[in-house]
Design a protein around this ligand. Structure first.
Ligand SMILES: [Zn+2]
Length: 146
């Protein structure tokens, strides 16, 4: 299984650490934040970076079924990639994906629809999702205005 590297440097003493997380750990609030103090000086301020899982079938499945998982603060920004749109449309139709996560997918797709005609056309055919998500049309207001 792929592991994701997180690394940090203690601001007080400069010591560096790395650790490797699973996909789920990377998406989980509890493990995402590396809260333990520096083992060298007990400092609590760090500069760090970490791998963010990319949008794949696997990561969307895990993320889409658990309310407590997120990629970054604003997941819909991360999904701003037209290459992912096909996968995102597929997950919109998947009954095992949480409604709250479908809203995020829908929000990202609607934003992309404002400059991508293909995504716009496709969204307009997806009447089912707008029946399922009661605020879907509000989220996509730009799509329906005019
Ligand atoms: Zn330190």
């Amino acid at each position: 299984m792929k592991k994701y590297e997180q690394s940090r440097r203690c601001v007080s003493c400069g010591s560096r650490e790395s650790r490797y997380l699973t996909l789920v750990e990377t998406l989980s609030e509890i493990t995402k934040n590396w809260a333990e103090p520096c083992p060298t000086c007990k400092g609590k301020n760090f500069a760090g970076s970490g791998d963010i899982p990319s949008i794949t079938r696997e990561s969307l499945e895990v993320w889409g079924r658990d309310e407590n998982l997120w990629f970054i603060g604003q997941d819909e920004d991360l999904m701003f990639d037209e290459e992912n749109s096909e996968l995102m449309f597929e997950f919109l139709n998947d009954d095992s994906i949480l409604k709250s996560k479908k809203y995020i997918l829908l929000q990202a797709l609607c934003s992309m629809a404002s400059y991508n005609q293909d995504i716009k056309k496709e969204l307009l055919t997806r009447t089912r999702i707008f029946q399922e998500l009661e605020h879907g049309k509000e989220v996509c207001s730009t799509l329906f205005s005019k």
